[in-house]
Design a protein around this ligand. Structure first.
Ligand SMILES: Cc1cc2nc3c(=O)[nH]c(=O)nc-3n(C[C@H](O)[C@H](O)[C@H](O)COP(=O)(O)OP(=O)(O)OC[C@H]3O[C@@H](n4cnc5c(N)ncnc54)[C@H](O)[C@@H]3O)c2cc1C
Length: 534
């Protein structure tokens, strides 16, 4: 028998909150200090070996569609492994699906973002219904009767796995159906029809090509009504207690996000209620989209944090060529570079989350312009970072038990759904053009007076005011640079000098074609130590 030697211990149990210096700083900075005790408790729960195992089990035993019962009646239900339900219960107990709406106060969206940032590190699939439920509330409020009946259940924290009419349930979850086979980005091509039933309600006929988490209790759905594309609230059960005519054709066989079910559905006269103004479906549902885009930033930042924590933990314990990996100069460069990316993503994500806590002009501009911009760049960086962090673990990183393959497979999805990369960048151009004072507010955020950022920020502000703001072909370059400037400004203002120096030296003109290309003269050790799970 060989002896097991030179292998790191598992990174568990550990507290995802107290072990994360940049998360703790962000929570304080962005005005959610009051939530620290709850986040400590959630961080401890999520980092327990038994919770970590739930994440593995929920992905190994993927959801199964049950279309018919034994007698041939349609049931259209999806069965999940108990691990999925336990993770959902943890998320709801922490209020991650609705706490800022149930108990609004300064820092509420930031506190909730910190919770979901930790949740996604242990299991990302459950984040989907959690994010959609969170994002649905402002849109649901545009249908006061629906809001009155459903918000108490949406605000409740006792997860109820049963598939039954909402009246008998302790809590409710909301999903979203926009994408159709012929088009997801261009929603004007939607063909699902909404026919008035004559009693103020509608009946939906058509399909959705992607409708995730189909066991949610109700969905916000786009459909063509007599006055044009409109937003509808479609529960899974009708008011008279029958299953609504929502047929689940099949579940998608996905690259990652395995624990979560994403379905193809048909509507055969499904009962639905209008939300918002008829004919204004896209602006109505896009409010939900903004929150779910924020969640994509949180999700990808969290994935990056988990990948970095695992990589540094491994490198601290594994020896090669008579030294711990973390002490090998080239590995230190790679780890520091990964840590920079992760901290910059988190800094911008939590700044963005604070904008959802505030109502002044600065907050509105940040929300409108920086949400799609951050979604583009943060989500784009996650797959590259997950891959490089996997390599830090060598061969073991390629093995499922290490969690790295799961992080790697999960990483692209936040970039694709809720508006893919190009669509986000085009939205940034639109937002800059249409948001009054966007230039001035961005100037205020970026212009720190710091010499390291000065020339980059100056040129960027000129580009934002010049013809490039209308140049679709250059929208990715402009969006990337806007995000880099925002991240640099945040790190200069709030991170230790070693982090800010290295970020400016590498991201504002350096070579980022791979990780580990940080130039000489930076305090790499300080950067890695800050990011190490303590
Ligand atoms: C796992 C998963 C779960 C999902 N769950 C849901 C869900 O619950 N509900 C839901 O409604 N949808 C869901 N989606 C669908 C997702 O939101 C869409 O796939 C996405 O919006 C893109 O739409 P599409 O697939 O039709 O691609 P298309 O619209 O065909 O776009 C293809 C590519 O073209 C690019 N593109 C589009 N327009 C332009 C342009 N003008 N200029 C340049 N490039 C352009 C896009 O950026 C994209 O890269 C899910 C997707 C996935 C992968």
């Amino acid at each position: 028998m060989f002896e097991v030697d030179n292998q790191p211990p598992p990174l568990e149990p550990y507290n995802l909150f107290s072990s994360d210096a940049s998360l703790r700083a962000a929570v304080k900075r962005e005005r959610a200090s009051w939530a620290e005790d709850g986040l400590q408790a959630l961080g401890a729960t999520l980092g327990k070996p038994e919770t970590v195992k739930l994440g593995f089990d929920a992905n190994k035993f993927s959801p199964q569609l049950r279309t018919f019962d034994r007698y041939g009646h349609r049931v259209d239900e999806v069965d999940f492994h108990p691990a999925w339900h336990e993770l959902m219960a943890i998320a709801l107990r922490a209020g991650l699906h609705s706490s800022p709406w149930a108990g609004p106060k300064p820092g509420a969206h930031v506190a909730r973002a910190a919770g979901t940032y930790m949740l996604t590190q242990i299991e990302s699939g459950v984040y989907c219904p959690i994010a959609m439920t969170y994002g649905s509330v402002p849109t649901l409020r545009q249908a006061p009767d629906v809001a009155k009946a459903w918000l108490p259940k949406i605000f409740a924290r006792e997860y109820d796995r049963r598939f039954m009419p909402v009246a008998g349930k302790t809590a409710a979850l909301i999903g979203m159906g926009m994408t159709e086979n012929q088009g997801g980005s261009d929603l004007r091509t939607n063909t699902t029809r909404a026919e008035p039933a004559g009693d103020g309600t509608f009946r939906l006929h058509g399909h959705k090509w992607f409708m995730s988490a189909p066991m949610c209790d109700a969905f916000l759905v786009l459909a063509q009504s007599p006055k044009g594309l409109s937003c509808f609230f479609m529960p899974r059960w009708t008011p008279d207690g029958a299953r609504n005519a929502v047929h689940i054709n099949r579940l998608k066989d996905k690259l990652g996000n395995k624990s979560n079910a994403s379905s193809e559905v048909e509507f055969h006269g499904a009962y639905a209620l209008l939300v918002g103004e008829e004919g204004r479906g896209i602006p109505t549902i896009i409010e939900m989209g903004n929150y779910t885009r924020l969640d994509c930033c949180i999700g990808s930042s969290g994935l990056m944090r988990q990948a970095v924590a695992q990589a540094i933990h491994h490198a601290r314990h594994r020896t090669a060529f008579q030294k711990k990996l973390i002490d090998q100069p080239l590995m230190e460069n790679v780890l520091a570079d990964l840590a920079l990316e992760s901290e910059a993503a988190a800094a911008l994500t939590f700044r963005l989350a604070r904008a959802y806590d505030e109502e002044d002009e600065i907050a509105l501009v940040i929300r409108r312009v920086a949400t799609p911009a951050a979604k583009f760049w943060i989500c784009k960086r996650a797959p590259a970072l997950a891959y490089e962090a996997m390599e830090v673990l060598g061969g073991s990183g390629y093995i499922e038990e290490s969690i790295m393959p799961r992080l790697y497979r999960e990483a692209p999805v936040n970039s694709i759904w809720e508006g893919s990369g190009n669509v986000m960048c085009l939205d940034v151009l639109r937002a800059i053009a249409r948001t009054p004072n966007a230039g001035a507010v961005l100037h205020g955020e970026i212009d720190t007076g710091d010499t390291r950022l000065k020339s980059f920020a100056g040129k960027l502000l000129e580009r934002l005011a010049g013809p490039e703001r209308n140049d679709e072909a250059q929208a990715r370059a402009l969006t990337r640079d806007l995000v880099l400037a925002l991240q640099a400004a945040l790190l200069i203002k709030h991170a230790p000098p070693a982090v800010a120096d290295a970020f400016c030296a590498s991201r504002l003109g350096g070579d980022t074609s791979a990780f580990g290309l940080l130039p000489r003269g930076l305090d790499l050790r300080a950067i890695v130590e800050r990011a190490a799970p303590q």
